[in-house]
Write a protein that binds this ligand. Sequence first.
Ligand code: CA
Length: 651
Amino acid sequence: MSVQKEIDVVTDYGDLAVTNGISVFDEKFDGMFYYDGDDLGVTYTPKQTSFKLWAPTASEASVMIYDSWDGALVESKPMVRDVRGTWVLTVSGDCNHWYYTYGVKVGSQWNEAIDPYARAVGVNGDRAVVIDLRSTDPQRWTEDRPSLAAPVDAIIYELHVKDLSIHPQSGSSYPGKFLGLSESGTTGPEGIPTGLDYISGLGVTHVQLLPIYDYATESVDETKLELPQYNWGYDPKNYNVPEGSYATDPYMPKLRIKELKQTIQALHDRDIRVIMDVVYNHVYDGYLINFTKLVPGYYLRYKEDRTFSNGSFCGNECASERAMMSKFIVDSVVYWAQEYHMDGFRFDLMGLMDIATMNEIRRRLDEIDPSIIMIGEGWMMNTVLPEAKRANQRNADRLPRIGQFNDDFRDAVKGDIFEYELKGFISLGRSFEAKVKRGIAGGIKYEGAIAQYATEPDQTVNYVECHDNHTLWDKIVLSTDGHTEEEQRSMHRLASAMILTSQGIPFIHAGQEFMRTKQGVGNSFKSSIEINWMDWQRCEERQSDVLYMCSLIKLRQSHSAFRLRTAREIREHLHFEQAPDHAVAYTLRNHAGGDSDRHLYVLYNANPEPITLELPELGDWEVRFGSEDVFFLKQHQLQVQGVGMIVLAIS
Ligand code: CA
């Protein structure tokens, strides 16, 4: 059986005689063939294994059994047609460790495909494997998640598995692997903590992992791990299986599952939750993906001329609005939450997904644990999905309890990400004060022009750096020619301070705390390991900056006023105060919950020259943060010098 590279979706989507004349492009198709069972894929017991496949346009289907990831075909077992376009086969005996694929006859052609519901695969993910999932649980595997009272209490730390431990001075015994994030006691230059101890010491509540599902061999070949290979992994191949290159042995199908679980447990044991970056908006190859081979034309989006809709800029888009694609996505998220104990999901290019699917995911996760958080990139994108169905910022009022990255705030703070030389608020760019205020207010409709997309503050994610685009440090260097490194450092600190004190969910990128640089590379998705790694030497040299980030995290965690849970509370307690250009000041008044400070006064100052501010007459203000920049504080007057954040309080 061969697989042709390009399936002609107009002529090869199947024999209409098989589907009673209903084409996959017809709206009636979902009505006739939507299957809501929870048994798609493999149901394993030591006594028997059942295979269930959804392939309504196929006229024949079979399970193809192999003895290894690359061995010859052992047997092709025909499947029997069942309800609503499904096919079944039950095999008695113990099928543990069998390698298998599905064969389907679509039109006149046989296609061979990996089970979309596969939970284990061989190296490089070209064949699925039947496994006993219980045998993949680590010795210590607790059900409890670290507690989280509200999403705005989260402090998210975005991390690539390989970046953390691949630097020669990481001290890791498992460089570049899942287990590199599970080790205790690793140290780097001058004995500084690295790895898990380091992250734990920062005080963050969530680690968000860049893609850890099995991604394409074209990005990282799991059979060539001795070569230097690097990729972020935004090219999904097997959605429900961990990536093999992060396992200590990708040839052992159970191992990657067990090692990822061990790593999640190690994080949970440190009171750190885990967010998984999921990419349900596109697949690595629209023609070669199992979806297209099994039910051509169904799972992806097409334009009028039957070419792929490509709002993802990755060649294709998943048709999340179609019943069985939606079900697949929901099932997949639920699987990761239950089987791997994931505590949150970050939806890549969420603006390409449909609102109904996102809300169904929210509903299903709430059944498991309502504290599992959901965030996503709700960008406005060019797709054939109707505007009213898109899960983007414009439709945020219909996406409750799903956070969206606040790109307007990001660009207001540090400057436009695509115009490298443009300045932002921190670098003395002009007229950013109003946009900064919108970010401070958590993106909610606060008052007049201080309004953005969010209905509640848990719908906004505040950040100035993530894996995409230049790091904050590199952006500052590109846009502040003529400034000293010391001045640039102050700008960087101010930006982080703004993110950690604004209303909403704060998000930082791994290494932001030591002013991570990618040497000016703006898109490092397949750059060298040396560009991408966490440089522990730089971390050691910038320990004072790391401590500064720790102090910001402590400040946020010790003042519930920075973590107001509702828009109503924000409108009640937040007041903007007078401040000159290039400075924004506000108070959080009469909010003593969880701490003794009744009032807080917060100043973000980008002016290098001294400025004087009138303080609201609420009592005796004391300095809580940034005392080194306070020149003068007496009664209701504050004089400061230097770029940075100052927090005053009345207890
Ligand atoms: Ca892979």
